[in-house]
Write a protein that binds this ligand. Structure first.
Ligand SMILES: Nc1ncnc2c1ncn2[C@@H]1O[C@H](COP(=O)(O)OP(=O)(O)OP(=O)(O)O)[C@@H](O)[C@H]1O
Ligand SMILES: [Mg+2]
Length: 355
C-alpha cells in the first residue's frame, strides 16, 4: 500500500488515500459522495506482460513534414505474440510511423494505442511496454557494453542487475567489458537489442534491425528475434528487405509512398502476388531445340538467350521442369541460379494493383 493524493473527477476535491500498487482501490469522495476507483499504473514485470492484452493499434495516422505528407492515413494492428513486418522501400514512411508510435514526433491525424493506452494522451503508460531499437544505434564509445546498459537502466529507473544477463542473452558476454568504440557494427546492433529489452518490454519495435550487417549478423539477429518471440514478446519489425520479413514475420503491412498498399499474412501475400522467379542458366552450348522445348512448357512466360546464358521467367512450380527439359534436350549446365522476385517487383505489382 502507498499513500496517494488524488483529485475527485466529479467535484475536484483532493483527498489522500492508502492505495494498493497491485489492485484497484475503491473509495468514496467525502465531499460529493461519488464512488470512484484508483487503478495503479501497470508494472512492467513478467507477470503483467504475460497476463495482459498486448496490441499495437495504429488508426488513420497521417504525418506531414511541412507540406510533404510522409505518412498518409496509415492503419494496422499488431496482435499479441506475433512478429509483424512493416515492409517498405527507402523513404516509404517506416521510421516516421515508428516515431509517431513512440510519440517522438506527433502525428497530425489519427490515433495510436499500445495495450489500450493512447500514446498521445497516456504516453508514459504506453511507453513502459515498449522496447525500441532505432534505425541508427548509438552508444557511448568510451564506455563498455555493460556500462552503457547500466547507464540506460539508470535512465529508465530500472535495476542494473538485469544488464549482465541481457548482455549474455544477445551473445556479448565475452565482450561485455570491452569499450563500445571497439565494437563492430553487428556487435553494436546486438547491444542495441539488449538495450531495447531493458525492463522486459512486451512490445519490441525494431527499425531495420539487420541494416548494414553481414550474412552471419543477419542470421544472429533473426534468431534473436525468434527467441524474443518465444519468450512472449510481440515484435514490430520494420525492413526494406523482403527476404528478412518473409523469414520471420507472421503478418506484414507493406507501405509505399506513405500509404499501406497491402496487409496480410506472408503466405497470403505471396499467393496473391504470384511473383515469378527467374532462372539463369549457363549452358555449354545453346540450341534452338532446347529453347523451343522450354518455351512450350506450361508456366514459362519468357525465355531470353544472351550468348550461352539462358534467362527463363516462369511460375514457381515449373522451375524443376525447365531444368529437366533442358537436360533431356542434351544441355550441359555449367552454372545455375534462381533469382527470386525482388522487393522492387513486389512494390511494382502492388502499385499496379492499387493505382
Ligand atoms: N525530419 C524530416 N523532415 C522532412 N522530411 C522528412 C524528415 N524525416 C523523413 N522525411 C521524409 O519523409 C519520408 C519518409 O521517411 P522515413 O524516414 O519515414 O522513411 P523510411 O521508410 O524509414 O525509409 P528508410 O528505409 O530509408 O529508412 C521521406 O521522403 C523522407 O525524406
Ligand atoms: Mg527508416
Amino acid at each position: 500500500m502507498v499513500q496517494k493524493t488524488l483529485k475527485c473527477s466529479t467535484c475536484g476535491n483532493t483527498l489522500t488515500l492508502e492505495v494498493s500498487t497491485q489492485e484497484p482501490t475503491y473509495a468514496t469522495c467525502p465531499k460529493c459522495h461519488t464512488r470512484a476507483v484508483y487503478r495503479p499504473p501497470p508494472l512492467v514485470t513478467k507477470y503483467t506482460l504475460q497476463s495482459s492484452m498486448e496490441t499495437l493499434q495504429v488508426t488513420n495516422v497521417t504525418k506531414f513534414y511541412k507540406a510533404f505528407k510522409a505518412v498518409d492515413d496509415v492503419s494496422f494492428s499488431v496482435k499479441k505474440g506475433e512478429i509483424f513486418g512493416f515492409l517498405g522501400p527507402n523513404g516509404a514512411g517506416k521510421t516516421t510511423t515508428i516515431k509517431c508510435i513512440l510519440d517522438l514526433i506527433h502525428a497530425d491525424k489519427g490515433m495510436i494505442s499500445v495495450k489500450g493506452f493512447d500514446t498521445r494522451k497516456e504516453g508514459k503508460k504506453a511507453k513502459q511496454f515498449i522496447g525500441y531499437l532505432p534505425e541508427k544505434v548509438a552508444f557511448y564509445d568510451n564506455l563498455t557494453a555493460l556500462q552503457n546498459l547500466h547507464f540506460y537502466a539508470e535512465m529508465k529507473q530500472l535495476p542494473k542487475e538485469q544488464c549482465a544477463s541481457l548482455i549474455s542473452l544477445v551473445g556479448l558476454e565475452d565482450v561485455g567489458q570491452k569499450k563500445v568504440g571497439e565494437f563492430s557494427k553487428g556487435m553494436q546492433q546486438r547491444l542495441g537489442m539488449a538495450r531495447a529489452m531493458l525492463g522486459s518490454p512486451s512490445l519490441l519495435i525494431l527499425d531495420e534491425p539487420t541494416n548494414g550487417l553481414d550474412a552471419r549478423g543477419v542470421v544472429l539477429i533473426r534468431e534473436q528475434i525468434k527467441q524474443f518471440r518465444d519468450k512472449g514478446v510481440t515484435i514490430f519489425l520494420s525492413s526494406h528487405i523482403l527476404s528478412e520479413v518473409q523469414a520471420v514475420c507472421d503478418r506484414v503491412a507493406i507501405i509505399n509512398k506513405g500509404r499501406i498498399v497491402a496487409q496480410d499474412t506472408v503466405d497470403a501475400l505471396r499467393m496473391r502476388l504470384q511473383l515469378k522467379p527467374k532462372i539463369v542458366l549457363e549452358l555449354q552450348e545453346v540450341t534452338k531445340e532446347m529453347i523451343d522445348a522450354v518455351e512450350k512448357l506450361d508456366g514459362v512466360d519468357a525465355v531470353n538467350v544472351i550468348g550461352k546464358m539462358v534467362h527463363v521467367m516462369c511460375k514457381p512450380y515449373v522451375k524443376a521442369q525447365v531444368i529437366v527439359t533442358l537436360t533431356q534436350k542434351g544441355a550441359k549446365i555449367d552454372n545455375l541460379h534462381i533469382m527470386e522476385p525482388s522487393l522492387e517487383e513486389v512494390f511494382m505489382k502492388f502499385t499496379e494493383e492499387t493505382v
